[in-house]
Design a protein around this ligand. Structure first.
Ligand code: FAD
Length: 691
């Protein structure tokens, strides 16, 4: 029988589908990738590239892969530092890899003469970072199985190194690295060195990392028979100045995050690779004191296709202050070249360029690199070889090698890179640092998250944020640390209100964005869904603890319940604990609570603690203690318990306090009460949104 046209179409479609399946899209790469050797972000969607890690290593001649699970960029930064160090000190052929870019079913065929590193951040309540979710589910899965079939110890050939980034103020401290190590070992893999653990809660992340890696390298060198050699710096990226191009060329990225944005037709889906340039519908100051600022903003997402649910986060894509961009470019000798067009390519096929090119030095410093962050000791050590003179070189070498000295001379002074270089050379430009080193050594700028302070039931297309403006003055430190994103938001707010001096600190933000694309008060954002959620039944009781800006998601919760009440729904007891310094200064949404009270009546109970209004400091913890009996009663009725805000102290104290309350009210041991609280967490009856 002859095939008719329809059969042929079906067969061709099947064939194409089959090839696509087996190649996992290898041949479907987008041409002209503006991210040289990297993710093709046509629209924030990663396209192209093979997902076979072993094949990739084989093809590129690598014997060491450093896989990272990163949320805020630190794990990614550590991964590239390890790659760099492994190559320069031990001659390892290293590559850095994003966990989400590969599949792991063939990990059982990982060759014995190679090594895999896992650099894993733990996020939130012991969760994997977004890019590590699939890997984590696979490797810790009940019935994980590999391509070669079933064996007792399928990963017995795999050698691995592990480091975790965590925060000891969270219940599930470093659970990612712990669980992954356990899973890998259970599958027969061999760990080299200790599984390191860095602690952000104690503020020792960097030092924990540095202390962990030396013995690890020694053990790795021994196991793999590596010889240590004098580390010589080799750039990862080729940065070429294009004198035949200029910023008028419409192919040059001036800060646009991807091709669609460059071409002026950005489209969804909007996500961590592709922001929506949202209009700010409204902005206002909500503190009444002049010394500190807290912003309330309404971000309009109508027509973007982006949606949110009450309790989600919004990510804001920051821009560095012009003042800091200029400081940085000047001190590294690029002041006169800020608008010079450059192309950046990975010198190795596995090196990802973290921004699109061609671009300019100015655009890279302003939109893509975290130039204002604190300095890392390792980076300072690396900079020594490029010092303008021997004296400075010696000083930097000392700082790089001596933790206490570094602490006293750099960390204590809150210096960013530009300020540090200025101070060290007395303003003389450092012209010997290859630009590649900054791309390698500085973090890629990270969107900052804000707990959405509006209810999606009440305002579906307008997202509220409540952000305190970071401004940190420290005695002895020569500069005030101005938080990157929040001061950018402040400048936007001042512009929106047409204030005569929109820039009180001379920070000089480029508020109009690249090619004026953000003009008219726009801000690049995307929404991140969270698990911090109201019970689906509004009749269930809830207890919320949110001092300071920790009240943000609770404004959303109460706003939502007030709306339901107005619609005639039955509402459960809604209890809020709020704290701030002074009633007259920083009592957030003071008037609004009264409106909600009107709608909710005696279903809404608000307890406030003002730490600086009376002779005694009163915190939310005191107010919670006073309501112990009521709280326990509600918990017995399966009330949901929420905590939002400061992770370091408050959230931990509240956890301990709740254990105490349950123990006392129910007459059970603290141990038993602790189990109750753990159980509440496990069943989502206790939820935290802390930072
Ligand atoms: P950054 O520039 O990131 O600086 C932050 C801090 O780092 C500074 O205050 C300082 O302590 C330190 N620092 C920076 N540079 C230096 C330096 N050179 N030397 C020494 N120290 C330095 N915030 C809110 O206000 N409201 C919210 O609702 C909210 N929700 C959040 C929800 C989540 C899930 C998370 C993770 C965070 C949330 N945050 C919220 C915090 C917010 O994301 C930002 O971290 C905060 O606004 C500061 O951002 P920034 O860019 O202004 O400051």
């Amino acid at each position: 029988a002859q095939l008719d046209t329809l059969d042929i179409i079906v067969l061709v479609a099947l064939l194409v589908g089959t090839i696509a399946y087996f190649t996992k899209g290898t041949y479907w790469a987008v041409a002209n990738d503006p991210y040289g050797n990297s993710l093709a972000h046509a629209n924030g969607v990663k396209t192209g590239k093979s997902r076979n890690l072993l094949e990739k290593m084989e093809e590129t001649g690598k014997n060491c892969v450093i896989l990272y699970g990163s949320q805020t960029g630190t794990a990614e930064d550590y991964a590239s530092r390890l790659a760099k160090e492994g190559a320069s000190r031990f001659g390892l052929k290293t590559m850095v890899a994003d966990l989400e870019d590969y599949d792991y079913e063939n990990l059982d065929t990982f060759p014995e003469d190679k090594v895999a590193f896992f650099v894993l951040a733990t996020y939130g309540e012991g969760e994997p970072t977004d890019n590590a979710v699939e890997f984590y589910e696979f490797i810790t899965g009940e019935d994980v199985s590999f391509s070669e079939g079933s064996e007792d110890a399928p990963l017995s050939k795999l050698k691995f190194v592990a480091f975790g980034l965590g925060n000891n103020t969270y219940e599930h401290y470093n659970s990612m690295v712990r669980n992954v190590t356990k899973a890998l070992e259970k599958l027969g893999a061999h760990r080299i060195g200790e599984a390191g653990e860095g602690d952000d809660g104690a503020g020792t992340m960097e030092e924990d990392f540095l202390a962990w890696k030396e013995p690890m390298w020694t053990e790795l060198a021994e196991t793999m028979g590596l010889e240590e050699r004098e580390a010589v710096y080799e750039p990862t990226f080729d940065v070429v100045e294009k004198l035949d191009m200029n910023i008028e060329d419409n192919t040059v990225y001036l800060g646009e995050p991807n091709k669609n944005h460059l071409e002026g037709h950005s489209k969804g889906p909007y996500n961590a690779h592709n922001p929506y340039i949202a209009p700010i519908a409204e902005s206002k100051e909500i503190f009444t004191t002049k010394d500190r600022n807290c912003l309330h903003m309404e971000i309009d997402v109508a027509g973007s296709g982006m949606s949110y649910n009450t309790g989600d986060h919004i990510a804001v894509w920051p821009t560095n202050a012009g003042k800091e961009v200029e400081r940085f470019l000047h001190i590294v000798g690029l002041g006169d070249k800020k608008n010079t067009v450059i192309t950046v390519k990975g010198l190795d096929p596995t090196a990802k360029v973290p921004f699109p090119s061609p671009t300019t030095y100015d655009a890279v410093a302003r939109y893509h690199m975290e130039i204002c962050a604190p300095m890392s000791r390792q980076f300072v050590g690396t900079l020594a070889q490029f010092a303008p003179n021997d004296e400075i070189k010696e000083e930097l070498t000392k700082m790089g090698g001596d933790r206490d000295y570094f602490h006293a001379k750099v960390s204590e002074l809150n210096l960013n890179l530009g300020q540090f270089l200025e101070k060290m050379s007395n303003g003389e430009p450092w012209t010997k640092i290859p630009f590649s080193l900054f791309i390698e050594g500085l973090n890629k700028i990270q969107p900052r998250y804000y707990s959405i302070s509006s209810s999606s039931h009440v305002q579906k297309e307008k997202i509220s944020i409540t952000a305190i403006v970071e401004s940190i003055e420290k005695p002895g430190a020569p500069h005030i640390v101005k938080g990157v994103t929040t001061n950018y938001l402040l400048a936007l707010k001042l512009k929106q209100h047409g204030e005569p001096e929109p820039d009180p600190y001379g920070l000089n933000y480029a508020l109009n964005g690249p090619r004026n694309k953000y003009d008219g008060i726009h801000l690049p954002v995307h929404v991140r869904h969270s698990n911090f959620k109201l019970p689906s039944d509004p009749a269930k009781p809830i207890i919320m603890v949110g001092p300071g800006t920790g009240v943000a998601p609770f404004r959303a919760f109460v706003q939502e319940r007030a709306a339901y009440a107005k619609e005639g729904k039955e509402i459960g007891k809604t209890v809020l604990f709020f704290g701030c310094r002074k009633k007259s200064e920083d009592f957030l949404y003071e008037k609004e609570w009264e409106e909600y009270k009107e709608a909710l009546g005696d279903k809404f109970e608000m307890y406030t603690a003002f730490s600086r209004d009376g002779p005694e400091k009163v915190y939310v913890q005191h107010k919670i203690k006073e309501q112990a009996a009521e709280i326990d009663k509600l918990l017995q009725q399966k009330a949901f318990f929420y905590v939002c805000g400061d992770a370091a102290n408050m959230a931990r104290d509240v956890n301990a306090l709740l254990i105490k309350i349950i123990s006392e009210q129910r007459g059970v041991s603290e141990q038993k009460a602790e189990d109750v609280v753990k159980q509440m967490r496990a069943s989502n009856q206790y939820q935290e949104d802390v930072w």
